[in-house]
Write a protein that binds this ligand. Structure first.
Ligand code: UDP
Length: 451
């Protein structure tokens, strides 16, 4: 009788942008903490070349070469290019990495690369779709499927099952802006394919955080919540030495940031970041710079190198005393620093989960994609932040920025937001700690993966 091999090599294929790499690397670390599982992260040469690999622990990295060909800059073209590259190489990768002790059995792929499940099945592998955004977002996209069309549209908003009434400003940008990146839009809506085809559906969220939404999704498909998937040292501390995500596309100015924060008083600093992708318009950048200066608080502002030219010389010289501007920072260390009193954020899903897990109140200034929906939940459902209001031209003006920061940092409301943030911090830790809902789901997934 053939002996059953209870070991498995799992391939993890994130879409190669920072906000997708971080949670999938982190999830890989959870898997590989078990002896029966080996994990290889698959990415592309242009990423590994630009990435200082800070610490990848026990995960191996397999980088697909593309002969120095520069990947297309536009999302739409990049998506197709990435698809072709992975399709051409996956068979060879599986053959190379499989061995008799640890046969490759599973592909964990980014839910937006909906084509990956067919590749996995053709190679005889099981496929797990990994969702790097909220469950609420999946409910919205689920209803974008023309076959479903069960949404009720009212004058004051759209009603999706299990979600609060969403006004236009709360909807993901792909829903209301049909001209925005057409291929990417098509792809995010087609994530529903995963519900039909994938063997497992993994969500970087946790049960109590999106309870009603998850209960509803579970009436449609079997989902496993496995989040918040952030380095263990910031939550349950069960993975030894797991202090950072490990793969950063940008080099953080860690020492400068931490030194600067160390010299500030408790809760006195506003941390400002718009993540790895968002580009603010010049007028918006000017309003933000003026608002931050007028707010009377110290601020640590991440302005990526490609955005720096939007800051005026006048601002740079006037602001020296009040702020530190860096191109990239160790965000988790910054958010856990006692000097930080609030997070002025674009509400990317990772940043949102990080702030919730570390108990930091937020000022939400969403830009695109899922961020407006995340901002709705931050301000109205979890109540851990306030949301700025944009003017008719779409720009948030300096006075609005000042009053929102003051509301969180100084006013009565700030105390309530902080209390709620602390509540979520506790619940996030419980979810990933031993026996918590996400921990149980990861354990269950691990059992399935080795069989
Ligand atoms: N991040 C960081 N340093 C920075 C800004 C962001 O390490 O200066 C990390 C942050 O911790 C998060 C990720 O980059 O894990 C950004 O992901 P998110 O989903 O918030 O936004 P995106 O970049 O996808 O818009």
């Amino acid at each position: 009788m053939e002996e059953k091999n209870n070991k498995s090599h799992v391939l993890v294929l994130p879409f190669p942008v920072q906000g997708h790499i971080n949670p999938m690397v982190q999830f890989s670390k959870r898997l590989t903490s078990k002896e029966s599982v080996k994990v290889t992260l698959i990415t592309i040469d242009s990423v590994t070349k630009s990435m200082p690999i800070l610490e990848s622990g026990s995960i191996k990295i397999h980088s697909i070469p593309h002969n120095d060909e520069t990947p297309p800059q536009s999302y739409d073209l990049f998506l197709e290019w990435f698809h072709v590259l992975v399709s051409k190489n996956l068979t060879k990768i599986v053959e190379e990495l499989s061995d008799s002790e640890y046969p490759v059995k599973v592909l964990v792929f980014d839910s937006i690369t909906t084509w990956a499940i067919d590749l996995a099945h053709e190679l005889g592998l099981k496929g797990a779709a990994f969702f790097t955004q909220s469950c609420a977002l999946s409910v919205v996209y689920y209803h974008m499927d023309p076959e479903k069309n069960k949404v009720c549209v009212f004058d004051d908003g759209v009603c999706f099952p299990s979600l609060p009434l969403l006004q236009k400003q709360d909807l993901p940008s792909f829903v209301c802006q049909s001209d925005l990146y057409p291929s990417l839009r098509k792809l995010v809506f087609s994530r529903n394919i995963n519900f039909k085809k994938a063997d497992w559906l993994l969500f970087n969220s946790f049960d109590v955080l999106e309870k009603e939404v998850i209960d509803w999704l579970r009436t449609q498909c079997r989902i496993k919540t496995i989040g918040p998937i952030i380095p263990s040292m910031y939550l349950d501390k069960r993975l030894k030495d797991d202090k950072e995500y490990g793969l950063s596309l940008f080099k953080p100015n860690s020492e400068t940031c931490m030194k600067w924060l160390d010299s500030r008083e408790i809760g006195s600093v506003v941390y400002v970041s718009f993540g790895s992708l968002a580009n603010l318009g010049e007028q918006q950048m000017e309003e933000l710079a003026s608002g931050l200066m007028m707010s009377d608080f110290y601020f640590l502002w991440v302005v990526r190198a490609t955005e720096e030219n939007k800051l005026t010389e006048e601002f740079m010289s006037k602001s020296k005393e009040k702020c530190l501007i860096v191109n990239w920072c160790p965000q988790l260390d910054v958010l856990s620093h006692q000097a930080v009193g609030c997070f002025f954020t674009h509400c990317g899903w990772n940043s949102t989960l990080e702030a919730l897990s570390l108990g930091v109140p937020m000022v939400a200034m969403p830009q695109w994609s899922d961020q407006p929906t995340n901002a709705k939940f931050i301000s109205d459902v979890w109540q851990t932040g306030v949301r700025v209001k944009a003017g008719e031209n779409g720009v948030v003006n300096r006075d609005e920025i000042v009053s929102s920061i003051r509301e969180v940092m100084r006013e009565e409301k700030g105390i309530m937001l902080k209390e709620n943030a602390n509540k979520w911090k506790k619940l996030a830790k419980e979810a990933v700690d031993e026996g918590g809902s996400s921990d149980k789901n990861i354990e269950e997934f691990l059992k399935l993966v080795i069989n």
